[in-house]
Every structure is written in C-alpha cells, then in structure tokens.
Design a protein around this ligand. Structure first.
Ligand code: ADP
Length: 194
C-alpha cells in the first residue's frame, strides 16, 4: 500500500492535482472538503453541524472529520493506496491518522506540500468563486480560511517534516509542470498504472 498526503493552503491546487494523481497511480481519493459538502447537500446530522463552521471559513471539529475518514478508508480494503486531500488539517488530525493507519498495518509514506505565494492564492480563489458556486469562496470568508490555515494547518507540515516525509513542491507553475514535479517524487515510491 502507498498513502500520500497532498498538503497546501486553500487555492494551492490540491483538488486539480489529486485528480491527475488518482488517474496516473490508481489511488483512491479522499477529500474531506468533498465529503463534508456531500453531507451538507444531503442534510445529514453531520452535514448540518459541519455547515455552521464551513460557512464561516472555520475548520470543522476534529472528531467529526476523523470519524468520516475512518469509515471511508474501510470502504476500500483492496485499494492500492489513498491520496488524502485537505486532510489532515490539524496536528490532532495528523496524529489520529497515524494511529488509524497503524491499526490497519500501514502508514503515510509521503507528504507533498504545494507552495504558492499568497497573492496568487487569493487571486485564484476569488476567480474560482465566480464559477464554483461555493458559498465559502467570497473575499471575507477566504481571509478566514487563510487565517485558519496559518494558525492550525501550517504546523502539520512540521509534524511530517520531523518524520522525514515532507517534500515541498512549487505550485505556481502551470498545472502540467506542477504535476510533473509531483510525479518525480511519487515515482520514487510507486510505479504509474497508466
Ligand atoms: P479549500 O479549497 O479551502 O482547501 P476544502 O474543500 O478542502 O477547501 O474545505 C472546505 C471547508 O471544509 C474548510 O474551510 C473547512 O471548513 C472544512 N474542512 C475540510 N476539510 C477539513 C478538515 N480536514 N478538518 C476540518 N475542516 C475541514
């Protein structure tokens, strides 16, 4: 099994690059943002609770997100591996993920962090807000999401750096160039399926 965390601030291109990686390496994609939006749309109790935080640009409580991840992993016992997108977003989530994977006799093998300058991130997210239909892509909420990232999520990079698993990739080149930079690192661990 091979498990990858794609890390980076909101707007860094994690979703776009995940789709390419999934296709090339045959990994299962787990995006907590997508999972939470699904729960919100179908108005499950979890979704109703999560929406209160998401609408304000705040992180959803750790217990909610961790429970969701655990059941998602169990849905795919035959998976070649997983790519985690938008998770873990706090050090508590990273520790829970380590425990969860250890229990399943596996681990996180690699963490690729997309590095994009702040002005470019804001520009991309405001541009996306015009077409994404996401209610949290407005300027005020974007600023909150970036604050949450800086205070709670950025320290997760250090958590993985200490474990010797972190690689930083420039995410402000073209989609293709960024993808190639990512594949150069992944190829050291896993052969493409396509
Ligand atoms: P972004 O483009 O901001 O990275 P996501 O789709 O990953 O967007 O997440 C959207 C929102 O969902 C976040 O602002 C947060 O409220 C919630 N969320 C997603 N993943 C997590 C997580 N791992 N922990 C807590 N909240 C999360």
């Amino acid at each position: 099994m091979f498990n990858l965390v794609l890390f980076g601030p909101p707007g860094s291109g994690k979703g776009t690059q995940s789709a390419n990686i999934v296709h090339t390496y045959g990994l299962k994609h787990i995006s907590t943002g997508d999972l939470l939006r699904e729960e919100v749309t179908t108005q499950t109790p979890l979704g109703v609770e999560a929406k209160k935080y998401m609408d304000q640009g705040l992180l959803v409580p750790d217990e909610v997100v961790i429970g969701m991840i655990s059941s998602k992993i169990d849905e795919f016992p035959e998976a070649r591996g997983f790519i985690f997108d938008g998770f873990p977003r706090t050090c508590a989530q990273a520790e829970s993920l380590d425990n969860l994977l250890e229990f399943k006799n596996t681990q996180i093998h690699l963490v690729l962090s997309l590095d994009v300058p702040q002005e470019e991130l804001t520009r991309r997210m405001i541009g996306r807000g015009a077409t994404s239909g996401r209610s949290d892509d407005t300027e005020e909420i974007i600023i909150r999401r970036i604050d949450e990232y800086r205070s709670k999520t950025a320290p997760v990079a250090e958590y993985y750096d200490t474990q010797g698993k972190l690689d930083i990739i420039r995410g402000d080149y073209s989609i293709d160039e960024t993808f190639h930079a990512l594949t150069r690192q992944i190829d050291k661990h896993l052969l493409p399926v396509t």
